[in-house]
Design a protein around this ligand. Structure first.
Ligand SMILES: Cc1ncc(COP(=O)(O)O)c(C=O)c1O
Length: 450
């Protein structure tokens, strides 16, 4: 018979870090796993990219392509072998390739020393926040609603966040200035502002060009670093691509948090941090190869944080993405045009199906309104009941359609009666079926008092 050993340690939930105890911190897992939990339901719950034309043979093809690229540059076999099998440089080894891609795709002009290859956007964010926030009074301003990854990263590092609500044109620079002043008036220090200027997650907003310029001015006036997160910019409709804040940044105000999750594939778990700010007082840091007598960039200084979080990014993933960049001549814009057309077709199918099931002239009857983004992966639908996780699970289980509660993205307790539809991973026909199911669910759900 099995007997329990005595004296086993058990820990009280409340003794764990707030980032673990807080139920809101489960949102990333819930969003990624809802589709698996309800396999029968059509899933609008995540922003998973289209998995249509992935090809297993491409993985080894790109690795070979990257190795050949190194050989063509005269790198000896033995060094290539070490690069693939050994611990590698903390900041990665495909910075040159990323720099060329950034110049081509985004008009961003930086040196390889300003680039750190990371474990996705998520690690780039953790590293940047860890380096920039030094006291409990340092506050992060963040667009609200916001991607769950930023709230979670700040929470895990005990960094207080002040939400700055966005409007139909995303974050208003004057609201950022006002928020920075309010934080200062309360005796704290606003350090940085986070936003997704292009087709934001969750609300699909795009910050207009003039506001981008003004935001850079406000950042200078208020001494803020801008944390620019831009996974969806490449998927703009033809002719609508906006310049990134980083490409407009003449004063090195912007730290750019890049991701290959949508432009390549999320399984690589690869992204990058661009931080070209020079660090005073860090000249010629000991032992750092090739940096004697030169100023170090923030990306180089932050390698201490990266080393302690993850030691380095996967050599295999870097070789795959590096090979992809070389193979496409450092141009991800052209190969993602086809993908952009797929996403725009899905967005269009969603908006058409919503218009059909929830015509504006019958708003009083169905109580549903939705936004009409020009691109990106998401549509926000306002409903007339509490769209919480319990409602979502009922929708998935009983009506065969899942979505994400908007309250997961609001940093200020808002979004109770709204849902986010992620449209990127469903074919148009499935989208039409899914919206018809959603319409039945909405019709059957009793209106709740405000
Ligand atoms: C706003 C935003 N930033 C970043 C990412 C990608 O992050 P990662 O590179 O960690 O997968 C996503 C993915 O959903 C996103 O929506």
């Amino acid at each position: 018979m099995h007997t329990e050993p005595v004296g086993l340690v058990s820990l009280n939930h409340d003794r764990l870090h707030a980032g673990i105890v807080d139920p809101e911190m489960d949102s990333m897992r819930i969003l990624s796993e809802t589709a698996m939990k309800f396999p029968e339901a059509l899933s609008f719950s995540s922003g998973a990219p289209h998995d249509g034309n992935h090809d297993l043979s491409k993985l080894s093809y790109y690795i070979d392509r990257y190795i050949k690229h190194l050989e063509d540059q005269g790198v000896p076999q033995q060094r290539i072998t070490r690069l693939m099998f050994q611990y590698g440089p903390v900041n990665g080894f495909i910075q040159d390739e990323v720099v060329r891609m950034l110049k081509h795709d985004e008009g961003i002009d930086v040196s390889p020393e300003a680039v750190m290859i990371t474990h996705g956007f998520q690690e780039a964010t953790l590293v940047a926040l860890r380096g920039l926030f030094t006291s409990p009074d340092d506050v992060l301003l963040a667009v609200s609603p916001a991607y769950v990854g930023i709230r979670g990263a700040a929470r895990m590092l005990d960094i207080p966040v002040r939400p700055v609500p966005e409007g139909p044109d995303g974050l208003d620079p004057e609201d950022v200035a006002a928020a920075a002043r309010a934080v200062r008036a309360a005796g704290r220090r606003p350090v940085a502002v986070y936003l997704v200027p292009d087709f934001s997650n969750p609300s699909g907003t795009v910050v207009p060009l003039e506001s981008r310029r003004r935001l850079l001015e406000v950042a200078a006036e208020e001494d803020l670093i801008i944390l620019e997160d831009n996974p969806y910019g490449l998927f703009a409709p033809d002719g609508e691509k906006m310049p990134t804040l980083k490409s407009l940044d003449e004063q090195r105000r912007v730290v750019y948090l890049g991701s290959f999750a949508k432009s390549a594939f999320p399984g690589a778990r690869l992204g990058y941090l661009i931080a070209d700010q020079e660090i005073e007082g860090a000249e010629g840091a000991q032992g750092a190869e090739g940096t004697e007598g030169t100023k170090r960039t923030l990306a180089q200084e932050l390698s201490k944080a990266k080393a302690m979080f993850t030691v380095g990014s996967s050599s295999l993933s870097q070789a795959v993405i590096g090979g992809m960049l070389v193979d496409h001549d450092y141009d991800l814009t052209t190969p993602t045009r086809e993908l952009a057309a797929v996403y725009l077709e899905r967005l269009d199918a969603t908006l058409q199906a919503l218009a059909e099931h929830f015509p504006p002239e019958r708003y009083a009857e169905h109580g549903v309104r939705f936004n009409t983004p020009h691109g990106g992966f998401f549509v926000v639908v306002e409903v007339d009941f509490d769209a919480d996780l319990t409602a979502m699970e009922r929708s998935a289980r009983d009506y065969g359609v899942s979505w994400a509660p908007m309250s997961m993205f609001h940093l200020d307790g808002g979004g109770r009666r709204a849902i986010r539809l992620g449209v990127s991973n469903l074919e148009p026909q499935a989208i039409r079926t899914g919206i018809a199911r959603l319409a039945r669910f909405v019709a059957d759900t009793p209106r709740t008092g405000v």
